[in-house]
Design a protein around this ligand. Structure first.
Ligand code: PLP
Length: 407
């Protein structure tokens, strides 16, 4: 029999005893969710502006997702890629029809989708008469995943540390500095990979000149431009893809986090020649593109695109930043360094070593869940269905926490 724990404290106590200690967890065991709220085992209610780290785009228990899961339980969950399944085709079709891409390759996570992009870029170079090309240029402060290749692609020492020797073939440029990319460009480079908005790196949107400059450089060299939209794709920035805000089209682009509304899924979207590179036998996965994850992805995309969720993300993002300027920056001018974001990925960079004290007070005093990233950036990645009242609650919680801290 599976043991039932009675209280929040009991789950935490057993968690500390049995779960591997590779994550720092808040003292909260989440029992269930509803819209933008989650509840712990003791029945306490929290406003969730972490959203499973930008995964719960439709919030918790969205009726369309509940219905999809119920139907799925009675049809089929998995069948292998020896066969076609309708949800995979529906998901790929929705992505292609709402983007510049021609084909979609599925994966099971963000890291795996990026791993797919890296393999695709190396084969593309070989297919096109450049066997010498294997280097992927990525950006400092980026985040691309935790597998060996994607942690190496990640331009952060903290992520590389302890894992040497790392796979070869990665070089790092400065984000938003085109010259720094040109400085390390040579005949061995097969692709440039960047997030259009750095997420873990502190919510930093790319400049228009940077992304356009990368596009022009890749065209000039005949190499691939690859975007990592694991965090900022799937409607997060007020468009289906973040790069659609810039009008700069990559050759390939990864998706993951919010795509499956909580069930693991990743995708590599590709266009033109890059959509023909990975031929049978070169890449694949047992689970990727299965009916369960894809049925959820198709439903997620359908609701996002056709029920105004992406549009809500754009509008609520503007409202969030307006309120953050008018209340948080105005009341704490010394403590706030910069407020930035695109749609509903927003950050408040502080003139303090860490934002963690604010995160802790929001949790303890206001039952509001936010997180701190890249040292001192408060990050807000709520469900894309949030409304103005919910944003007001979060702004007030942050304002009060900073007042209490004397900031
Ligand atoms: C979260 C994230 C990843 C890694 O995704 P996983 O599903 O955790 O492997 C990669 N890139 C970006 C930009 C991310 O935010």
């Amino acid at each position: 029999m599976i043991e039932k724990f009675k209280t929040n404290a009991e789950v935490i106590e057993n968690g500390d005893k049995y779960l591997y200690g590779n994550h720092v967890r808040m003292p909260l065991s989440i029992e269930r969710g509803e819209g933008a709220y989650v509840f712990d085992k003791d029945g306490n209610k929290y406003l969730d502006f972490i959203g499973g780290i930008a995964v719960n785009g439709l919030g918790h228990c969205h009726p369309a997702i509940v219905k999809c899961l119920e139907e799925r339980a009675h049809t089929i969950l998995h069948c292998s890629n020896y066969f076609y399944n309708e949800p995979a085709v529906q998901t790929a079709k929705l992505i292609v029809e709402n983007s510049c891409f021609d084909k979609v390759l599925f994966a099971n996570s963000g890291a795996e989708a990026n791993e797919g992009q890296i393999k695709l870029a190396r084969k593309y170079a070989k297919d096109h008469g450049h066997p010498e090309r294997f280097v992927v240029i990525t950006m400092k402060n980026s985040f691309h995943g935790r597998t060996l290749a994607t942690c190496t692609a990640t331009g952060q020492y903290a992520v590389h540390r302890y894992f040497e020797p790392l796979p070869s073939g990665f070089r790092y440029a400065e984000f938003n500095n085109l010259q720094s990319v040109k400085d390390i460009m040579d005949e061995y480079v097969c692709a440039i990979l960047t997030e259009p908005v750095q997420g873990e790196g502190g919510v930093r949107p790319a400049s228009q000149e940077f992304l356009q400059g990368l596009r022009d450089l890749c065209d000039e060299k005949g190499i691939l431009l690859m975007f990592d939209e694991v965090q900022v794709g799937s409607g997060r920035t007020g468009k289906l893809f973040a790069h659609q805000n810039y009008g700069v089209e990559p050759d390939t682009c990864s998706m993951a986090k919010a795509l499956g509304s909580g069930v693991p899924i990743g995708a590599v979207c590709a266009r033109g020649e890059a959509a023909k590179t990975l031929t049978p036998g070169t890449h694949g996965s047992t689970f990727a593109g299965g009916p369960l994850a894809c049925a959820l992805a198709a439903t997620t995309l359908d609701v996002m695109i056709n029920d105004g969720v992406i549009e809500n993300s754009r509008k609520m993002g503007e409202y969030f930043r307006k309120q953050a300027h008018e209340i948080i920056e105005k009341n704490h001018p010394e403590a706030v360094n910069e407020i930035r974001g695109l749609g509903l990925i927003d950050g408040i960079q502080l003139n303090k070593p860490s934002g963690q004290p604010v995160v802790d007070l929001c949790f303890k005093d206001s039952n509001v869940l936010i997180n701190n990233t890249n040292g001192n950036v408060l990050r807000f990645v709520p469900p894309l269905i949030v409304n103005e009242e919910e944003i007001d609650i979060v702004i007030k919680a942050v304002d009060e926490a900073m007042t209490k801290l004397g900031w």
